[in-house]
Design a protein around this ligand. Structure first.
Ligand SMILES: *[C@@H]1O[C@H](CO)[C@@H](O)[C@H](O)[C@H]1NC(C)=O
Ligand SMILES: *[C@@H]1O[C@H](CO)[C@@H](O)[C@H](O)[C@H]1NC(C)=O
Length: 265
């Protein structure tokens, strides 16, 4: 049943106007949480970058990002996922009309067990908390607020261009960081293929870093990425045979139902 669902959803979508279909499929109900903001940078480098994005968030995901507490982070599963957040129920601090902002999960907000979960330990379990970039926070609340009550929901991610594959590691350890992921933004499985190999499942190392120990040096690389909604995008030969560690390549993107027109690179 669970396996059939995405297929059935696609068939239903084909029969409907695309926008109404995507709303039904990619947007969840509003839920409650709290939010603070980071003064350190405009992005949310709360830890050293639990998603593995490092300095990338601003370049890849824009100014609107957040580190999220454990329950929302899902051990890195939601790295790259998009949430719509709005400030509610605080007459002094929420901006009038409760405007919302869409942000990308780029980091983990670690628990602080030295502080009570309702007094400073905002990211302690089971709290749902967004430690937002300054730019994002400024669009929903007064900057003088320290913590505000919010509502949030998962939304689809709007991305420009294809998914990006950054190849890191060293001979014998092949790691790829996947960014700029559209739609649900949440990668659940990755396979890699060289010219002399079949499709090899990669294992999640941390955040959106996936690895394999198969020797892929000197071979063009193809990637197959599966998102949490069950969509798969295959990017053939994204990296040429002479790819080097540290390089980034652009592949295909997840699109709506029209994505079969998209040309693989
Ligand atoms: C951020 O910096 C401003 C100006 O220094 C300060 O007024 C504000 O309280 C700081 N906010 C946080 C969340 O640290
Ligand atoms: C990986 O393959 C390349 C090209 O065939 C070869 O030069 C290299 O020695 C291999 N590396 C390892 C660790 O086996």
């Amino acid at each position: 049943m669970g396996v059939l669902h995405p297929l059935r959803a696609t068939l239903v979508c084909l029969a409907l106007i695309q926008t109404s279909c995507e709303v039904a499929e990619d947007t969840s109900e509003w839920d409650t949480a709290t939010a603070t903001y980071s003064n350190q940078t405009d992005t949310s480098i709360v830890t050293e970058g639990a998603c593995g994005y490092g300095d990338l968030p601003e370049a890849t995901y824009g100014k609107y990002s957040a580190g999220v507490s454990s329950v929302l982070f899902g051990k890195g599963r939601t790295c790259g996922a998009c949430f719509e957040v709005r400030c509610v129920d605080h007459i002094l601090w929420c901006l009038q009309g409760s405007p919302s902002v869409t942000l990308t999960t780029t980091d983990f907000c670690p628990p602080n067990f030295g502080l009570a979960s309702d007094y400073g330990g905002w990211c302690n379990s089971p709290n749902r908390h967004f430690h937002m970039s300054k730019a994002a926070f400024g669009e929903i609340a007064e900057m003088k607020a320290d913590i505000v009550p919010v509502q949030f929901r998962r939304v689809k991610c709007e991305r420009k261009g294809g998914m990006r594959f950054t190849v890191t590691g060293s001979s014998g350890f092949y790691q790829v960081l996947i960014t700029n992921v559209g739609l649900d933004g949440e990668v659940v499985a990755v396979k890699v293929k060289g010219s002399r190999t079949g499709w090899i499942p990669m294992a999640r190392n941390w955040g959106q870093n996936w690895h394999s120990n198969i020797n892929l040096t000197g071979q063009p690389l193809s990637f197959e990425v599966t998102s949490s909604s069950g969509r798969t995008a295959t990017s053939y030969n994204v990296a040429p045979p002479n790819w080097q560690f540290g390089q980034t390549f652009e592949g295909r993107q997840f699109h709506g139902v029209k994505d079969s027109n998209n040309i693989a690179r």
